[in-house]
Ligand binder design. Structure first.
Ligand code: AMP
Ligand code: MG
Length: 343
């Protein structure tokens, strides 16, 4: 009892000490369910009273414009116009689709901004998730040619050339939203905050105690919130893609996850269970985590090594880790059942 008491006093002492030293206010967190996931923002220093309202209003606006399931949103209308008409969209939607197309070209379609028909056919992460028939899969895969996405910059329109085509920004929009949240925070003078949109993390500024942020890297074999290692970072976006995020078990007992190979029409199967990417921008990290996951090893790692300001960690089903050189410096494995390849 006395021991427990002392420990508690020590903890409280530490809390008071930090508070009085830095005069940091209590952290304020708000969480809302948006973009199909839990989105939270934690502020560690002072901010305008309406800042969090403005941040979440902006995220909701992004969801309304960019979610493929919002029928009267930008992407909903572009998809409804497939094979018929070019649709004018908001500037932010245009920019995200344009970026998505660039990642599609850069990866030869491993990342595919036009993967929509397969995403809705499989319905992974929704109540309607199911293992489709081979014929349905082939038919949907045939409608995912990103080279048939026409952008008209001046008119700010998007045209999908074939009927049945559909854009899906699920692999990039959360990252864009996290960047927008970070922008609003920085504009308000916030210097210490954590944005976490379903595992898309922006560690903004530095920790209130002045040290680096410590960001846990999800163990893909376990449920959310269990880490295999820790990354130390300042002012950095950290995004993970993996088999654990959305999946269902088919009638055959097999697990089907949500990152789809638009060439085969099936979930990507390349031995990876997860990829974590760090970059300045969350949108870039988001798009690249999906891209690297879909490319697999060694192609994904080779590409990661060639992109400036981007680091990546690849996790295999055999619990082997492969990392870019820069990442090895800031990352520590904490779960001994994982080991860094070549060490
Ligand atoms: P992420 O969690 O960022 O890796 O994104 C996965 C989500 O992106 C899925 O839930 C789909 O909405 C969408 N998606 C699935 N496969 C692909 C792909 N090959 N390229 C781009 N987006 C994809
Ligand atoms: Mg992504």
């Amino acid at each position: 009892m006395i021991r427990g008491h002392k420990a508690l006093a020590a903890v409280l002492g530490a809390v008071i000490l930090t508070a009085s030293c830095s005069r940091a206010p209590e952290p304020r967190t708000r969480m809302e369910f948006l973009l199909g996931t839990a989105c939270s923002v934690t502020l560690h220093d002072r901010a305008s009273p309406d800042l969090l309202d403005r941040v979440f209003r902006r995220v909701k606006e992004i969801e309304d414009r960019m979610s493929a399931t919002v029928e009267d949103g930008d992407i909903g209308r572009v998809n409804a116009g497939a094979g018929k008409r070019a649709v004018r969209v908001e500037e932010d939607t245009f920019a995200v689709v344009e970026a998505g197309l660039e990642f599609s070209r850069m990866s030869g379609g491993a990342f595919n901004v036009a993967v929509g028909p397969l995403v809705s056919l499989w319905g992974i992460g929704t109540e309607g998730a199911r293992l489709p028939e081979k014929g349905e899969i082939a038919a949907a895969a045939a409608r995912t040619d990103y080279q048939k996405v026409r952008l008209h910059r001046e008119a700010r329109t998007i045209f999908l050339e074939e009927p049945g085509m559909a854009l899906d920004l699920g692999a990039i929009a959360k990252g864009y939203a996290a960047d927008e949240a970070a922008r609003l925070l920085r504009e308000d003078g916030v210097t210490s905050a954590v944005i976490d949109f379903g595992g898309n993390i922006v560690a903004l500024g530095s920790h209130p105690a002045g040290r680096l942020w410590r960001v846990g890297v999800q163990n893909p074999d376990l449920s959310r919130g269990q880490y295999l290692g820790v990354l130390e970072a300042r002012d950095l976006a950290v995004v993970s893609s993996g088999v654990y995020e959305r999946f269902f078990t088919g009638p055959d007992g097999k697990r089907y996850h949500h990152i789809l190979d638009s060439k085969t029409g099936y979930p990507v199967e390349n031995g990876l269970t997860g990829v974590t990417v760090t970059a300045r921008d969350s949108m870039v990290a988001d798009a690249l985590s999906t891209t690297f996951f879909a490319l697999g090893l060694p192609a994904g790692l080779e590409l990661a090594d060639r992109i400036d300001g981007v680091e990546a960690l690849f996790i295999t089903g055999g619990r082997e880790l492969h990392a870019t050189r820069g990442l090895r410096e800031s990352f520590k494995v904490t779960d001994p059942s994982f080991r860094m390849a070549g060490e």
